[in-house]
Design a protein around this ligand. Sequence first.
Ligand code: EPZ
Length: 420
Amino acid sequence: MQKFIVDGGMPLKGELSVQSAKNAALPIIAACILTEDAVTIENCPKLKDIDAMLDIMRHLGCFAEQKGDVLTVCCRDVALNVINSDLTGKLRSSIFILGSILSRCRRAYISHPGGCEIGLRPIDLHIAGLKALNVKIDDDYGVICCDGSDMKSGIINLDFASVGATENLMMAGALLDGETVIVNAAREPEIIDLARFINAMGGRVYGAGESVIRIIGVKKLHGCIYKPMPDRICAGTYLAAVAAAGGSVTVRNVVPEHIFGMTERLKKIGAKLNVRHDSVRITVNERPRPLHKLETNVYPAFPTDMQPQFSAMLTRATGSSIVVENLFENRFGYTAELAKMGALITVKDRVAVIRGVPKLSGAVLRASDLRGGAALVVAAVAAEGRSVIYGTEHIDRGYEYIERAFESIGASVRRVDDSD
Ligand code: EPZ
């Protein structure tokens, strides 16, 4: 087991480049099943969630090898093995592999992924969408058994614009005869990236990024070389850290329009921003101003995956902020850890009231989920004194060597073995 030791309280300075997006790379890897050819994914981050997805791919008989930041996947043959709970338990989003397996093999078996630290995370929208494509689905003692032998393209009306369900259904439709239409599709940038990837393999996906997506099925897809989009959540995490700790940092490899919801709020808390075509320079010289109301919702609204890191920053604000979490029912767990540092946060259901304090103090903390863990690093970097953060494995699910990124902007974040 490892932990981070953070000596905080220093302003941040310098520059860093953001990794490719985990939440783009995961569905892209799943979509490799759609072709028998080899696919090369460049700039693929080294993350625990990516490893978990690659384990699933290998379990299905695919070749998958990551050398440095280049990932090669080849699914010449796909074995219809049950994806058991050992595998789905490590990666909740494994459910969206159903669409690509069904599209290619017309059958699929996967253990129910279950809930996780941030919420119950039902999969009813995925199931309803696949049923609309004429897939027969039985739940056999926790294993979801899908028979797609009579699968047909069709129109799917999502009750809610779920990211994973939209991705699943885009993959499901990619090799079906005719046109599949997803109405009320999610509009997150990662959806556009998946569509680009499918199209780079010879697919025909139109309208990604809008609420109606059309997928014209093709007979066959071919291999390609692809570089996933930059990680907007990692970019936002580093920007939030500068806003919390003060300093001046250039964050490179960003798509400014993807992080507009964050940069607009950063301006409101008093940050000076210099936004270029693929970088943002942030300068913060004073304590952040509070945000009257920060409310998460589907893109282009403020992302739920940034709620913990922004809340951590707001603990140092010059007044009170209200944060409303609309996506997940249990995404304030990290606030109890921030309280150990002197943060004043009251949580009731999906609303947190944060009363800013002049300073946080280092403390012994435990991360219990990915973004909540990132929020602890943000707070520790801004706090005076030393913090110890356990639960690094949660943070490693989505941030490639977060300690190196922070070191490169002048923070002291060291990864050590717990025995040290
Ligand atoms: C994706 O999860 C991301 N994961 C999440 O990032 C992100 O928080 C989320 O989208 C929202 O932006 C990946 O891309 C791998 P949803 P996903 O389906 O697809 C409910 C991170 O930290 N819902 O849009 O699972 C659901 O419970 C992770 O990197 C149903 O009710 O999100 C939630 O309340 C965490 N039924 C809401 O919709 C369903 O069938 C949004 O979920 C599916 C979802």
